[in-house]
Design a binder for this molecule. Sequence first.
Ligand code: PGA
Length: 249
Amino acid sequence: MRKKIIAGNWKMNKTPSEAVALVELLKPLVNNPDVDVVFCVPAIDIIPVIEAAKGSNIGVGAENMYYEESGAYTGEISPDMLTDAGCSYVILGHSERRGYFAETNESVNKKVLKAFEHGLIPIICCGESLEQREQGITIDWIRQQVKIAFLGVSADQTKTAIIAYEPIWAIGTGKTATADQAEEVCKAIRSCIGEIYDQETADAIRIQYGGSVNAKTAPELFAMPDIDGGLVGGAALKAEFADIVNYKK
Ligand code: PGA
């Protein structure tokens, strides 16, 4: 039985002091023993958020990371910086990074390998555009993203990874995919992992849905057999996030 994992993706929101205030607000409300709760926050907020989240069930993650160990990469964050700060998770290959910052399947793969090397759990994002959905190539596209992201990753590592299926047309648009649409793709992702590895690995990996998840849409989405939680943007920045984490109560 896979445990649900619900992660907030704060994106480029919240200064360090605002971040601490949000953690203080949510900390007493997100204590659901059936759910792993993660806050993925801007790099500068990581340390204050970890400090503010002490004594709670909140895991903390970054929103990106570079695949080199250290050196002349102005503006980048290394895996050691994240682990030394106390991070456990890192979002990799978000569609905003692919779209605005030229990330490719290949660079995402390098980052995934590096994250595992350092004991960070990657939340690997994939998703199609509206145009691709209308062309009927969604599943092919996602399978390619997944296959390249996992090149060189072992089955044991894959069992601990998180994949976030996030249709680009649903992100920040208020247009949540229907539970059936989301399930269809999450199920296809799981079979793709089964083809690359084996059934045991496919059964172990956790697959989230992301894209305008809110307190109203969460219960139906998270009830689907292949959806193991969500990656939540806008609704993670307010008290509503607690209602998403407590979707069953
Ligand atoms: P959204 O963002 O919930 O605001 O649509 C989700 C994401 O991009 O991770």
